[in-house]
Design a protein around this ligand. Structure first.
Ligand code: C5P
Length: 214
């Protein structure tokens, strides 16, 4: 269904260094992004998988580009263009440490380090407004309240075509778990998908992408 189509998938967290041995990161196992890349591969797509340091192994049979930071992820995404579609499932750190140290920071009697942050580029927004914008750009929204409202606003703000929205409030057990309950937000409206395995979410999304690109 997707043979001859080149699809970019971002996945996993980014790690933003504090010093050479410490970092800040978002919580992300990389499970959903990995499942999506796998499902797209199984439909015959040529998949470029740009991944931060994830807990699950990258799929075989895809082009794997490993990155650590958001800046590196943006470079890797731009280097992958042109693509027919992009699924941005990475949990990119919104900020990086502006005053990261070149050497390991030592404990001193003088007090504690103070970290300063600067904003990372928004990769999804950049791609959605890119001169070589893919024909279909899919973003994710992890929300803990007002999921549909926030995700609908996010779709407009980012400029992507679809948003896959999920409720990641701790009670759902979705974060780090095997299942996901998502809403697909498109220009046509909102679809509520039942709770299912992350692999099934991935397969369903891959089929939708195949239909959209057909
Ligand atoms: O704004 P928020 O992080 O909630 O948006 C989530 C979506 O945006 C995801 O698709 C994520 O991969 C993408 N994103 C990005 N670059 C960022 C932040 C988020 O591509 N710096």
């Amino acid at each position: 269904m997707l043979s001859g189509k080149r699809i970019l998938v971002t996945s996993g967290p980014t790690h933003e260094p504090i010093d050479p041995v410490r970092y800040i990161a978002n919580r992300s196992s990389g499970a959903q992004g990995t499942a999506i890349a796998t499902a797209l591969r199984d439909l015959g797509a040529d998949v470029v998988f740009v991944t931060g340091p994830a807990q699950v192994p990258a799929p075989v049979g895809v082009t794997v580009v490993r990155v650590e930071t958001a800046l590196q992820m943006l470079d890797a995404v731009e280097a992958a263009l042109p693509v027919d579609a992009a699924v941005m499932a990475a949990a990119v750190a919104d900020w990086r440490v502006a005053n990261a140290a070149g050497q390991k920071m030592k404990k001193t009697a003088q007090g504690f380090p103070v970290l300063e942050f600067i904003e990372n580029p928004d990769i999804l927004h950049t791609l959605s407004h890119h001169a070589r914008r893919p024909g279909l750009v899919v973003g994710f929204a992890a929300e803990t309240e007002k999921v549909i409202e926030h995700a609908t606003a996010k779709r407009a703000r980012k400029g992507c075509d679809w948003i896959v929205a999920n409720d990641v409030s701790p009670a759902t057990g979705i974060m780090g778990g095997q299942e996901n309950a998502v809403h697909l937000i498109t220009a046509q409206g909102v679809e509520d998908w039942p709770r299912m395995a992350k692999t099934e979410v991935a397969e369903r999304l891959a089929h939708r992408i195949a239909q959209a690109l057909a």
